[in-house]
Write a protein that binds this ligand. Structure first.
Ligand code: SER
Length: 312
């Protein structure tokens, strides 16, 4: 059987790079990109593209049937900071799209699902350092609540209906090809753009706020390795802790200064500081390492090097 893949939210920060990577691996025609609106022209022209609202089950089912899709990556979501402004819209998008995709799995219309979770599932009472896979969660944001509930639904659908759904708790993701939108970790991308264009950056978090972060190449590789693993190795069907590095705004600024000595950063924390304060500083991903062999490659300096080189 041919493996036809659908990416939902293909124009977003992760979706864009995932689409390129999967097209590279399987061939452009096997990978159908979709989003609620048109995006990056390159991406739309590099293979099949569909306008699709993932909260519309009938429309989703039609695309799945038309292209004989058997694998879905659901990357559409409203991120933490934006979701605080539109709580009910965020809940409806984040949950209904997941229900629709899980139902396709339950009805055996597709055979494999990837759905991203986040470090936002954790909360103020979670151990902050080296946060274990299983810990008190109590997320405080709408986004975090939707991800935690989503994790429970993934595990439930796997246990009860045998749905092959796989998930990672992504940390903040840093890439040069696409911008993030509406997240609390976005500063770690903006800072590189501003360092090159203005030589200075005003950060919306305090300089000593440490958060778990990852370079996009690592995140895409983790996603593909998880999806390629044999089912019996995937012992966690809620979502895996995943980690690469952890740093503060002061540390990323220092890393930039090693290459751009004049760079200056000031901090003016806004409402996103309150969100960051409830999230872990660093993550224990030993289960991902032992179950399916995960290993990160990019640390902070390698990330800075690659970001500055490519953004120039
Ligand atoms: N990067 C996301 C955010 O900041 C967390 O998953 O919302």
């Amino acid at each position: 059987m041919q493996n036809y893949i659908l990416i939902i939210g293909a124009c977003g920060q992760i979706g864009t790079e995932l689409t390129y990577a999967l097209r590279e691996k399987y061939g452009a025609d096997q990978v159908i990109a979709s989003d609620i609106r048109e995006g990056n022209k390159d991406l739309m022209e590099s293979g099949p593209f569909e306008i699709l609202d993932a909260t519309d089950y009938d429309a989703l089912e039609e695309v799945v049937a038309y292209y004989e899709i058997n694998e879905v990556y659901l990357m559409a979501a409203m991120l933490s900071a934006t979701a605080e402004k539109f709580p009910e819209r965020a809940w409806s998008l984040n949950m209904n799209s997941l229900f629709n995709v899980l139902n396709l799995g339950k009805e055996k219309k597709i055979t494999k699902i990837f759905w991203p979770s986040s470090i936002a599932v954790f909360g103020a009472n979670t151990p902050k350092n080296n946060t274990p896979q299983s810990a008190i969660m109590e997320p405080s944001t709408v986004y975090g609540i939707s991800k935690q509930s989503g994790e429970r639904w993934c595990e439930y659908n796997h246990r009860k209906y045998g749905v092959d759904v796989r998930s990672l708790r992504y940390p903040g993701l840093i890439s040069w090809k696409t911008m993030p939108g509406g997240g609390t970790t976005d500063y770690a991308v903006e800072i590189y753009h501003k360092a090159l264009s203005d030589g200075r950056y005003t950060c919306f978090l305090k300089e000593d706020t440490a958060l778990p972060m990852m370079f996009m190449d690592d995140a895409i590789r983790a996603t593909m390795e998880l999806m390629d693993s044999e089912g019996k190795n995937i012992k966690i069907r809620s979502s895996y802790n995943l980690s690469a590095m952890s740093f503060t705004p002061a540390e990323i600024a220092n890393s930039i200064r090693k290459r751009l000595p004049e760079f200056q950063m000031t901090c003016q924390p806004d409402f996103r500081q309150n969100i960051a304060d409830t999230w872990p500083s660093s993550i224990d991903d030993s289960k991902a390492k032992s179950d399916w062999g995960w290993k990160a490659e990019f640390d902070l300096d390698a990330t800075t090097e690659t970001m500055l080189k490519n953004l120039k």
